[in-house]
Design a protein. Structure first.
Length: 507
């Protein structure tokens, strides 16, 4: 799919993306604002945009003065010439001061109004999540990488990788004897390159190796599946790319399979276009002329109502979390306020402002020009939505204490204390060098696993674990005190609710 096309002069959408996603790295801002005099002129133009466009501003506001008094911590009211001189002098002191001044000006009105370079804008408002890579999301798990998700159709998926795989080596370099910091550095060096990836799978520590070639990974804005007769619709973002096709395919499949219960997953959905938002709402609203939300702007109040004829689910659940923002909150809130949906998950982000985008010289201003008001919940900007069924994903930490105490003052071999052999084997098993379950017997399997670790550490093979090796092994496994996997409690909660409803209906 194509990347976002060049920004148009005016793009009105109800809250395009969550504010926390717009933290642009400093290196994008450095050097973008030219001379101090130009910086002042740009700030003046920006003040005009805020003054005449922002929903909380007005023609009698003075955005430049507000920002001046805030950054200089003063009640002084300088004239235009004096303010210009003060600001140009301050901008000259540090190239970051102009950006700070303009950011302060915008934040005094709300946290959803920004000025971007075109490069920043493209990063902040992508039309899809497509990227080039292998299609695996992961987190550092001790001294391994834990595969959280494998994107369908990606190189990792085609090669046979699965969520839950533990990556132990890349290009034959053993990650298990590296520190988490070294792993992060190594991943940065190899990102985007062809690689050989070795993983452990399952409780038997099955070791598998995959040849991976990065390619374009397509993440559809809308996808669906049917699980045990329940329709599951995932909306990544409200964007025109592939949205209509994905939504229509889902509804057609739900109707063809006589689906009665639907789950709409809006977790981590940052929002998007109001056009696609209303399209999605209409797809699940059977009656016409139902009020979705009211859009309040300076010059008008507009009601957004249903067209009717949408899919009539007997049970409709909408999943939200703290990263569900703007249009995804509007969809969840509207369906909930109409009595059509049950909200499951955690408190949403709370972004109920609509923005418009405007060119300003070589920059783009995203300005809040409207507020969204739900029919029952009302205005929710800064508050978010409360779920009917509360659940939040949890970190499940590795049971580090179950490894037992490993004494490092004496070598461990065939004649050693069973508790020490068990503690050693537990660590070898954790790291995947030992495939069989620990059994307190220092046998050939133990010696073989020990030999693999010794080679990875650059030591000579031996049928004993030296004190030097034991100390290094303790340092390695200490990283697993903070190792965790994610438990999808929101997903569990919605299925528990569905099961309870089905049991009650059958009784």
């Amino acid at each position: 799919m194509n990347r976002m096309k060049k920004a148009i002069c005016l793009l009105i959408a109800v809250a395009l993306i969550a504010g926390q996603a717009l933290a642009i790295p400093d290196y994008f801002r450095q050097g973008r604002l030219e001379t101090p005099a130009y910086q002042y002129e740009l700030a003046s133009k920006l003040a005009y945009y805020v003054q005449v466009l922002h929903i909380d501003s007005g023609l009698n506001d003075n955005p430049m003065l507000k920002a001046y008094q805030t950054v200089f911590e003063t009640d002084k009211v300088p004239g235009p010439i004096a303010m210009r001189a003060d600001l140009i002098s301050w901008f000259r002191e540090d190239e970051q001061n102009a950006g700070f001044f303009m950011d302060t000006m915008l934040w005094l009105y709300d946290h959803h109004t920004y000025i971007f370079s075109e490069e920043e804008y493209a990063l902040a408002y992508p039309s899809s999540g497509d990227y080039k890579g292998i299609g695996m999301t992961y987190h550092v798990y001790g001294t391994m990488l834990w595969a959280d998700e494998i994107q369908p159709g990606s190189p990792a998926d085609k090669a046979g990788m699965q969520a839950g795989d533990r990556v132990i080596a890349i290009n034959d370099r053993d990650l298990r004897v590296m520190t988490p910091e070294e792993i992060s550095e190594y991943m940065a060096q190899t990102r985007g390159q062809e690689c050989t990836m070795s993983v452990l799978r399952g409780s038997e520590n099955e070791e598998l190796t995959f040849e991976l070639v990065p390619a374009e990974v397509e993440i559809p804005n809308v996808s669906h599946q049917i699980i045990d007769g329940v329709g599951v619709l995932r909306i990544e973002r409200f964007s025109e790319e592939d949205f209509t096709e994905g939504l229509e395919a889902a509804i057609a499949d739900f109707e063809a399979k006589s689906v009665k219960t639907v789950i709409i997953d809006l977790r981590d959905n940052p929002g998007g276009s109001v056009v696609q938002l209303e399209e999605a709402l209409d797809a699940f609203t059977p009656k016409a002329d139902e009020l979705y939300f009211t859009e309040r702007s300076r010059g008008f109040v507009r009601e957004h109502r249903s067209s009717g004829g949408g899919f009539a689910a007997e049970k409709l659940y909408v999943l939200i979390n703290g990263n569900s923002a703007s249009s995804s909150e509007l969809m969840a809130g509207a369906l909930h306020d109409l009595g059509l949906a049950t909200l499951v998950g955690s408190h949403s982000y709370g972004k109920g402002r609509g923005q418009a985008s405007y060119f300003l010289d070589d920059y783009i201003v995203v300005c809040s020009i409207s507020e969204a008001i739900l029919p029952v919940t009302g205005a929710y900007d800064g508050d978010g939505l409360e779920p009917d069924i509360a659940a939040e994903d949890e970190k499940v930490y590795y049971e580090y204490d179950a490894l037992g105490t490993l004494k490092t003052g004496a070598a461990i071999g065939a004649g050693s204390d069973k508790a020490q052999i068990q503690a050693l084997e537990n660590r070898l098993y954790l790291l995947g060098y030992l495939g069989a379950q620990p059994d307190e017997i220092f046998d050939d399997e133990t010696v073989s696993a020990l030999g693999k670790l010794q080679v990875s550490l650059g030591m000579s093979r031996s049928d004993k674990a030296s004190t030097t090796l034991l100390k290094e092994l303790e340092e390695i496994t200490a990283c697993y005190e903070e190792a965790y996997t994610w438990r999808d409690c929101i997903w569990e909660a919605v299925w528990n609710e569905i099961d309870q409803c089905e049991t009650a209906a059958a009784a």
